[in-house]
Design a protein around this ligand. Structure first.
Ligand SMILES: *Cc1c(COP(=O)(O)O)cnc(C)c1O
Length: 429
C-alpha cells in the first residue's frame, strides 16, 4: 500500500500557510477610526449623513475610481448588495429573473425576497457560467432580468448576454463577488451589466470581515440602491413620496457598512492587484505541471478574459481512468494537509462546487414566505433541469483554493506531487 487513503504515510502533514492579507496598515486604519469615536455616522433620514461617514464615502470614491465606474455604494455584505440590486431594478411579484444554479445561494434568494421567481438556466461546459443559449430558451413575457454570476473569477459571456438583454429589454445584474479585477476586454467585471455586486467577506480576495460594494453607471439605480440600503421609506417620506410613485420596492433595510469596515476595505483595495497577480502566477505554475496527469484537463480562458481565480477549476477526464472523480480526489486529499486559519481539518480541494441551487429544499418544496412567491408561478424545479451543471457537479468538476497567496513554490510542488502520487498508484483505488 502506497496511498495515504489506504493507510500509508501522507505525502505531507505539516499545514499549508494561512491566507492572511491583514497587516499593520489595516491595524492603523482601524485605530484611526476607533480614536475618532465615530464608528458609523449614518442617519436613516433625509440628511447629509444619509450617505454615511467619511471612511464610507472615501471608500466609495476610491472604489469607483479603481473600477472606472460612476457609482460605488458600500453595503454590509454582497448578499445585501444583491437584495438592493434586485429591488432597484423594479421587480414585482411574479416577475422572473433568469439565474445560474451553480452559484452561492444569495444570487437566487435576492430574487425571492422581492417576490420574483428564479428561473435556472444551464451553465457552459468549459467556463461554468450561465449559458446564453439556455437563457434565451427560458425567456417569457414575465422575464425582467438576468442574474449573471462571474463564477470562480471569470466573466460571463457578456457579449451574448447583452445582445439577449437588448433584444428582450432585460436588465442584467452582475454578481461579481468572486471576480474583483477580472476583465472582459478592457472592462472590469462588475461593470459589464446594469448593476454589479462585489463581496468583502472573509473568504474573498480582499475583505473587511463582512462587506460588499454595489456599482452602477446609472444615476437612478444608484439612488434606489442608496434608499434600499438605508431606510428608504422614511427618507422618501421626507423628500415627498407622492411625486415619486415610480419608486416601488423602496422598503428600506439597514445594509450600512461601518466606518471600521470601510477603513479596512480602503487598505485592502490597494492590495488587490498584487494579490491577484500572485493567484494567476500560482495557477500557471500548477497547470504547467498538472497538465501532465492524464485524468486532468484545464478549461481554456474565455476570449479576451482575465480570470482572477477565486477558485481554480479543473476538469476530470472520466474516460482516462476507471476510478470515479470523488474517489480520486479523496485520495489526493488524504495526501495533503489542511491550511492554517481555516479552523477545521479541511483540505482546500473538493469535487464539484455547490449543489445546483434548484435541488435545494426551498425550490424542491417551493416554500419560502409560506407558499409565496412560488404560488405565483407554474414553474417547477426538478432533477435534470440543468444537465450540464449536474454532470459537472456529480462527476467532472474539481475545485480548489490551493493557489492562494502565501503558498510558496514548495507548497505548490507538494500539491502537484500529491496528484502525481495518486495517479501513479491509481490501481490501489
Ligand atoms: C460570497 C458570494 C456572495 C455573498 O457574499 P457575502 O458578502 O458573503 O454576502 C454572493 N455571490 C457569490 C457568487 C459569492 O461567491
Amino acid at each position: 500500500m502506497k496511498l495515504a487513503i489506504n493507510g500509508a504515510k501522507k505525502l505531507r502533514s505539516n499545514p499549508f500557510p494561512a491566507y492572511n492579507t491583514i497587516d499593520k496598515q489595516e491595524e492603523e486604519a482601524v485605530l484611526r477610526v476607533l480614536r475618532s469615536g465615530k464608528l458609523s455616522t449614518y442617519l436613516g433620514t433625509w440628511h447629509k449623513d444619509f450617505y454615511g461617514g467619511s471612511e464610507v464615502q472615501a471608500l466609495e470614491n476610491e472604489w469607483a475610481d479603481f473600477f472606472n465606474v460612476k457609482h460605488a455604494i458600500s453595503v454590509n455584505s454582497a448578499t445585501s448588495g444583491l437584495y438592493a440590486a434586485v429591488g432597484a431594478i423594479g421587480i414585482e411579484p411574479g416577475d422572473e429573473i433568469i439565474v445560474t444554479p451553480y452559484t452561492m445561494s444569495a444570487s437566487a434568494t435576492a430574487i425571492l425576497l422581492y417576490g420574483g421567481i428564479p428561473v435556472f438556466a444551464d451553465v457552459e461546459k468549459e467556463h461554468f457560467c450561465i449559458n446564453p443559449k439556455s437563457v434565451e430558451k427560458l425567456i417569457t413575457p414575465k422575464t425582467k432580468a438576468i442574474m449573471a454570476v462571474d463564477i470562480f473569477g471569470q466573466a460571463c459571456d457578456f457579449k451574448a448576454l447583452k445582445q439577449i438583454a437588448q433584444k428582450h429589454n432585460l436588465k442584467i445584474i452582475e454578481d461579481a463577488a468572486q471576480a474583483p479585477h477580472a476583465k472582459l476586454g478592457d472592462k472590469f467585471t462588475g461593470t459589464l451589466g446594469d448593476i454589479g455586486v462585489f463581496s468583502l467577506n472573509y473568504h474573498k480576495h480582499i475583505h473587511s470581515g463582512e462587506g460588499g460594494i454595489v456599482v452602477t453607471n446609472n444615476d437612478e439605480l444608484a439612488f434606489k440602491i442608496q434608499l434600499i440600503r438605508n431606510h428608504g421609506e422614511t427618507v422618501l417620506a421626507a423628500k415627498g413620496y407622492e411625486d415619486r410613485k415610480e419608486l416601488h420596492n423602496m422598503l428600506g433595510f439597514n445594509f450600512r457598512m461601518t466606518e471600521i469596515e470601510a477603513a479596512i476595505s480602503r487598505v485592502q483595495l490597494t492590495k488587490l492587484k498584487k494579490l491577484i497577480d500572485i493567484r494567476i502566477e500560482n495557477v500557471k505554475y500548477l497547470e504547467k505541471q498538472l497538465k501532465e496527469i492524464p485524468c486532468l484537463k484545464f478549461s481554456p480562458l474565455r476570449d479576451g478574459a482575465k480570470h482572477v481565480y477565486y477558485i481554480h477549476p479543473i476538469l476530470f477526464k472520466e474516460d482516462s481512468i476507471k476510478v470515479h472523480r470523488n474517489r480520486f480526489i479523496d485520495a489526493v486529499k488524504a495526501e495533503l494537509p489542511p491550511s492554517l486559519m481555516r479552523d477545521d481539518s479541511h483540505v482546500l480541494l473538493s469535487y464539484g462546487y455547490v449543489k445546483p441551487l434548484y435541488l435545494q429544499p426551498i425550490y424542491q418544496e417551493k416554500i419560502c414566505f409560506g407558499n409565496y412567491p412560488f404560488s405565483l408561478t407554474d414553474r417547477t424545479y426538478s432533477k435534470g433541469d440543468c444537465p450540464i451543471c449536474e454532470k459537472l457537479h456529480n462527476d467532472t468538476l474539481i475545485t480548489h483554493e490551493l493557489m492562494r497567496p502565501g503558498m510558496s513554490k514548495e507548497d505548490l510542488d507538494d500539491v502537484v506531487r500529491a496528484f502525481e502520487k495518486v495517479w501513479a498508484h491509481r490501481e490501489e483505488l
